[in-house]
Unconditional design. Structure first.
Length: 94
């Protein structure tokens, strides 16, 4: 399954997926970072999964915002994700 990453932090990751996940489910995640040849992989526990409706009522698409807490991640790979997120963060909105 492919998903769109929303945020990455030291404790976990948030993404939008087209399929739901069960809270407390342990999942294997791989994140592709543009500056690394291989994906970064880890195990994580789903902490939230909420439905997000498409703003276009005619589209009838549903997506899910998913939050995952790192449970087993190599410290170097975790640092790479956090560094990438910090270097590519959007400026705070006014």
């Amino acid at each position: 399954m492919r998903a769109l990453t929303q945020d990455i932090g030291g404790g976990g990751i948030g993404f939008v997926a087209d399929l739901p996940f069960d809270v407390d489910e342990v999942i294997q995640v791989e994140v592709t970072l543009p500056d690394r040849p291989q994906p970064v992989g880890f195990l994580g526990k789903v902490t939230r999964c909420t439905t997000v409706n498409d703003p276009d009522p005619k589209a009838r698409r549903v997506a899910y915002e998913v939050g995952v807490q790192f449970t087993s991640v190599d410290p170097n790979e975790q640092a790479a994700m956090v560094q990438y997120a910090a270097m590519n963060a959007l400026p705070p909105s006014a």
